[in-house]
Design a protein around this ligand. Sequence first.
Ligand code: SF4
Length: 376
Amino acid sequence: MLKKSTSAYVHIPFCTQICYYCDFSKVFIKNQPVDDYLQALIREFRSYDIKSLRTLYIGGGTPTSITAQQLDYLLTELTRNLDLSQLEEFTIEANPGDLTVEKIAVLQKSAVNRVSLGVQTFNDRHLKQIGRSHNEAQIYSTIDALKAAGFHNISIDLIYALPGQTMEDVKENVAKALALDIPHLSLYSLILEHHTVFMNRMRRGKLNLPTEDLEAEMFEYIIDQLEQNGFEHYEISNFTKPGFESRHNLMYWDNIEYYGVGAGASGYLDGVRYRNRGPIQHYLKGVNEGNARLSEEVLTKEEMMEEELFLGLRKKSGVSIKRFEERFGLSFDGCYGQIVKELQANGLLKKDKDFIRMTKKGLFLGDTVAEKFILE
Ligand code: SF4
């Protein structure tokens, strides 16, 4: 019998605003059939007959854009048949300003034990410029309310290299983030994606982005400050105080299989990477007909090996050579000895008997190093 996965990702594709940089699978919530969607989602979730999970993650979109009653339905039904004693981490993404008193009360009585907030920046002018609907004051009030309700495992997302952002702005953001006294932080540079408002503006020459040098300086400054303040840079984009690593995200980087549920969600089960239908009506129809999936890809051994390296190297702890050899029945050095040597010579990779890991410089350069392991 196939081993059951112990992690699940659940997608809520609704948002109360559409940010100018966003290319995630989402729609504006107004006039959407949210109740029908939630029922379909629970139906899909039940189809997997999940009895026990280690990590459960509700992402979006904005999961907290739905009403308190809808949120209550979602959280209750997702955990109805679960052995909660096995559930180590249950994260929900939220936006500052969305979490009303009623919604926080719903979270409090649920099994959720981690909240990831899309803060992005503390600067009200920049928040407006990127199309977010919250403001700085709402960041503080949301975090205070979460802490008062007993949530201490809180993470925030920050974006740097925003249009018009200066080094001074970044310094202010970091100081304000540290003052929140929370244990986890994810950090992304602004990426211009196709079909976004920002990409249009860029094409019309109307987006004043920081230069690449300034962007690198910003990243270096943020890493230094966070490390000086007790955070570990444990993954390319993630920082944690001891013991607060995102267990769900570590599961992705450890290249472990998981259920992906909801419109546009991706999953990885029984060696197959799949993607669900995206548009809500297509998804509803798919669930009704007993198949929500849009595409499935059976990974070849080579692809699995590449993913093991590409994902694993994102972590400071690196990739286990022993695990690789056991999993694929191949000599690690035979496959990658030459690439590893070159990256070591450039000071980007370290290797000991059991692990290969990125150096500080390698982590700083991010995916460009891991990409070297993708064979043509
Ligand atoms: S960034 Fe988040 S809140 Fe903004 S549109 Fe995208 S999914 Fe919605």
